[in-house]
Ligand binder design. Sequence first.
Ligand SMILES: C[S@@+](CC[C@H](N)C(=O)[O-])C[C@H]1O[C@@H](n2cnc3c(N)ncnc32)[C@H](O)[C@@H]1O
Length: 207
Amino acid sequence: MVRERVNNRDFHDHYIVPVPAEKEFLPLSGLYPLSRPLEVDIGCGRGRFLLARAQVQPDRNFLGIDRCLLRLRKIDRKAVALGFLNIRLVQDDALRLLPQLPAESVAVFYVFFPDPWPKRRHHSRRLVSPLFMDLIFRALAPDGVIHICTDHDDYYSAILHHWRPDARFRECEPFFPTEAEETDFSLIFRAQGKTANRCSFQKNQHC
Ligand SMILES: C[S@@+](CC[C@H](N)C(=O)[O-])C[C@H]1O[C@@H](n2cnc3c(N)ncnc32)[C@H](O)[C@@H]1O
């Protein structure tokens, strides 16, 4: 389900960048002061991970994508207060924005706790789908990696079912965040005694 695209930025927004016009690419080279490998957090939520990661990896550029402008504004204010220069944010549906990232431009994607849509009739709304895989493959740099985690067992099985046999990727070591990097949802689920399933896939160069 792709919602109406909006461009609600206002003058208070520092690091929230406009969605590109139709058929144009996000102008990555003009977004950041320095050209660095790009890491993208899809569905970054309130940005606990994004902010922590951008702080410990100043030699990388970070892009947070989320549909929720209020959440992005909170990240924006924190990033400004902390003086980060390597974070940018886009309010958009990931399925709309991913085709507008330049091909092979992303070193790392993170997808943490995507909405599980547990009812069978809603499975088609899940973000991590075969279409999503195609978009990720195009945008990933050679040897680029995607890290996924979910607390939802059925969603996790569906993800493995699609990614493991796909020759365009190879499974690699899962990513475990430090305590400071745990996402807001990760903290909520951990407090409930739940554990997250984590998997990672690297782009195969020869594909
Ligand atoms: C369950 S929350 C997880 C947030 C964060 N990753 C975390 O672990 O705390 C899912 C987030 O993904 C965003 N989201 C869901 N579908 C999306 C889509 N198609 N494109 C962009 N963001 C999406 C929601 O707005 C929400 O902030």
